[in-house]
Write a protein that binds this ligand. Structure first.
Ligand SMILES: *Cc1c(COP(=O)(O)O)cnc(C)c1O
Length: 448
């Protein structure tokens, strides 16, 4: 399987998996797409999913990456990545919730980040060393850090703005140790991103340091996100006997829902997709008006979806042949305000006794609006959003063991200013150190 850019319709340049995943973004600024979309055998999906999530993921991953890895290697990579559950919960006859928050950082990004960590580690050749450099405003950094923790030959340097991530998020990034280096930048998130960009644009530095980003558009994060749609479908089909569900997805950068659209193209039966957004409603507006108008984002209480220019828009359009009518026939959009989200959290709790985080709640609200019959994706554990939920429900949310564990650990991080020289020196040191300690890191313990 090779990969091409969404901006290269003539497919003049094709890239290997290794090149595409190390680059992240295509050289022309587009997003990578697989040269063809494999078709699944649904009987085989049902059979494999009956055994386990990992077994199903091995089957699906082999359709894309079967030429790169033997089935034994594929199996060990996938089993290493997916050692947590992914339950489908019934709210009522019509709506089910796919809980994607049982991974190490309690958010759905674990599904992409852990797969990417395992596969990228495997794609290294010989004693090649790789540094993953990433800037975060909170959730992505912790998922990437956890996803790459303990991967041999790979160091992660994650930059976050001082005082601008939650205490829990900081703990998630700074307590892993080993091959994860957390860097607190005395600046804003934009400063962190600018620093990362500066290093990626620095030809001299890049010639001597093998650096890559692990941001959410990377195809190694995107493709495995299609797998849980199949898993949800098998559970739903078994429970209801129905064939084609409505699929509701709380959306920000549209990586998640676009992966669902990929699954549909692989043969997953879907009646329609419904994207749920907060006040950042660029895509629902586009569906309503036919005019795509990205704009600066606004802050909401579902902050992982505060995106004004969704980075996967091009991928979504590519999947629908850049045809607006075609897109509209399978995608419906809905957006809600912070007040809607707060009353939604209360309503879900009252009706079903279910505690739902603010992002998941946007999905439920969209499902209500369209009287959806199918399932809606839950993207984060409610305990990560205590400060929103507790005042609404007048009770605390129970904190799962994974989160309680990190909150009690000692944080370790390096402080720098908004200064590329300081960052370069730090990376240099991290890499030099890793050559002497790589055996201590790869101690065979399970990740996470
Ligand atoms: C990242 C994130 C989203 C948005 O997902 P996209 O793939 O960017 O659309 C939604 N909810 C939570 C909790 C997230 O962390």
């Amino acid at each position: 399987m090779r990969y091409y850019s969404t901006r290269d319709a003539g497919r003049k340049s094709m890239y290997s998996l290794k090149d595409a995943s190390f680059m992240g973004l295509a050289p022309d600024g587009g997003l990578f797409m697989p040269e063809y979309i494999p078709r699944v055998d649904l009987e085989q999906v049902l059979l494999a999913a009956y055994s386990s999530y990992a077994d199903m993921a091995v089957y699906l991953a082999s359709l894309f990456f079967g030429e790169e890895f033997s089935s034994d290697v594929m199996r060990s990579l996938v089993q290493r990545a997916y050692n947590f559950s992914c339950p489908l919960r019934r709210l009522d006859d019509d709506l089910w919730i796919l809980e994607l928050f049982h991974g190490p950082t309690c958010a759905f990004k674990d599904f992409g980040a852990r797969f990417m960590g395992a596969v990228l580690g495997q794609l290294r050749e010989g004693d090649e060393h790789l540094t993953v450099l990433t800037a975060t405003s909170g959730d992505t950094g912790s998922a990437v850090a956890a996803g790459f923790h303990g991967v041999p030959g790979v160091n992660v340097v994650v930059l976050y703005p001082k005082g601008k991530v939650s205490n829990l998020q900081e703990s998630q990034m700074t307590t892993l140790g080993g091959n994860i280096c957390a860097v607190q930048v005395d600046g804003t998130f934009d400063d962190c991103q600018a620093l990362v960009k500066q290093l990626f644009n620095d030809k001299v530095f890049r010639a001597t340091h093998n650096i890559t980003s692990a941001n959410s558009i990377n195809l190694l994060r995107w493709i495995p996100q299609s797998f849980y749609y199949f898993y949800a479908w098998t559970q739903w089909y078994k429970a209801t006997g129905r064939m084609a569900p409505d699929v509701v997805v709380p959306s920000g950068n549209y990586g998640n829902i676009t992966a669902g659209m990929l699954a549909a193209r692989m043969g997953l039966p879907v009646r329609r997709f419904i994207c749920a957004s907060n006040a950042n409603d660029v895509v629902p507006q586009y569906l309503a008006s036919g005019v795509y108008r990205p704009r600066p984002s606004v802050c909401t209480i579902a902050n992982a979806m505060d995106v004004g220019a969704p980075s996967n828009y091009e991928r979504m359009m590519c999947l629908y042949g850049n045809n607006y009518q075609e897109l509209c026939s399978s995608l419906y959009g809905w957006s809600c305000s912070d007040d809607d989200i707060r009353s939604g959290i209360a309503a879900i709790y009252q009706r079903y006794g279910y505690v739902s985080d603010p992002h998941t709640t946007t999905g439920w609200l969209a499902a209500q609006h369209y009287a959806a019959r199918g399932f809606s994706l839950s993207t984060a554990h409610p305990a990560k959003f205590q400060e929103v939920i507790a005042p609404v429900l007048h009770r605390d949310v129970e904190v799962p063991e994974t989160l309680r564990h990190v909150m009690n650990k000692q944080k370790a991080f390096t402080c720098i200013g908004v200064d590329a020289c300081q960052l370069k020196k730090l990376i240099h040191k991290v890499v030099a150190l890793s050559f002497t300690t790589v055996n201590d890191i790869d101690d065979g313990r399970p990740m996470g």
